[in-house]
Design a protein around this ligand. Structure first.
Ligand SMILES: *Cc1c(COP(=O)(O)O)cnc(C)c1O
Length: 248
């Protein structure tokens, strides 16, 4: 059976097309290039990544190093960009530097330093390109009444007041390239005010780091709101691959 006759490939093609139509509709009339779709393949097998590649997908996202490293190795012959989007322990930096094109979840100085060290070694061995880095921002302060960080809707990341320092560190670290900002909308609240806050932080960051204009925001249920607020990179999992076993 070829991939094109495979029912799972047909299902993925159908769902991918639906998401692409939503993106096209939400981005219609918006200035600038169309947002980049990163298909989040966590909890789904490498075979699905191959199917997605056959459908033209070039960007895939993962949130756990062990799973990502294994999957990337399985399909290493494919022209894919791997985006690491989850909480990352510094002791995983070396592993991530071996396969990741981007890390969207830089949330502390020690992680940036560890990734810089890992990239220095990796670049000496392989000459690979710099690792694109997004500062993950905690948007819980956009929710009225919620206290930052401790808020129940908090999804990780630095408080807005911590962005500038971390951005300077990333931009000043060899092997790392500051791409921009990333966030997950707070749980249980409308995403619009949170994504507007992210857009404002992105504009502020561009004053000191004009090359760091990427905004990684928007998931299956809130990609339209993210696009309206200027997202350049969307991270969409379940609306393409289906529900993940044992989560959410
Ligand atoms: C899983 C995940 C996504 C994708 O979420 P869906 O709701 O499945 O589209 C996006 N971003 C992050 C950080 C994730 O962990």
């Amino acid at each position: 059976m070829t991939l094109l006759e495979d029912p799972r490939t047909a299902q993925l093609a159908h769902r991918l097309a639906a998401v692409q139509r939503r993106i096209g509709a939400a981005a219609a009339g918006r200035p600038g290039p169309a947002p980049t779709l990163i298909v989040v393949s966590k909890f789904h097998p490498a075979a699905d990544v191959l199917r997605l590649r056959s459908l033209g997908v070039a960007d895939v996202g993962e949130n756990r190093d062990q799973e990502a490293a294994a999957k990337a190795a399985e399909v290493a012959d494919q022209a894919l960009r791997w985006h690491f989007i989850g909480q990352l322990q510094s002791n995983k930096a070396k592993s991530v530097a071996a396969y990741a094109h981007s890390v969207h979840s830089i949330d502390r100085a020690s992680l940036a330093t560890a990734l810089g060290r890992a990239m220095e070694a990796r670049q000496q061995e392989t000459g690979r390109a710099d690792l694109l880095c997004y500062i993950q921002v905690d948007l819980s302060s956009a929710v009225p009444g919620d206290a930052p960080a401790a808020a129940p809707g908090g999804r990780g990341g630095v408080a807005p007041s911590g962005i500038a320092r971390l951005a300077d560190l990333v931009a000043g670290t060899a092997g790392l390239e500051l791409a921009g900002l990333m966030a997950v909308a707070p749980l249980g609240a409308a995403p619009e005010p949170a994504f507007e806050m992210l857009a404002a932080q992105s504009a502020a960051l561009a004053l000191t780091h004009p090359g760091a204009r990427a905004i990684s925001a928007g998931m299956s249920h809130d990609l339209e709101a993210a696009i309206a607020a200027g997202a350049t990179h969307l991270r969409v999992g379940s609306d393409i691959l289906g529900p993940r076993p044992g989560v959410l």
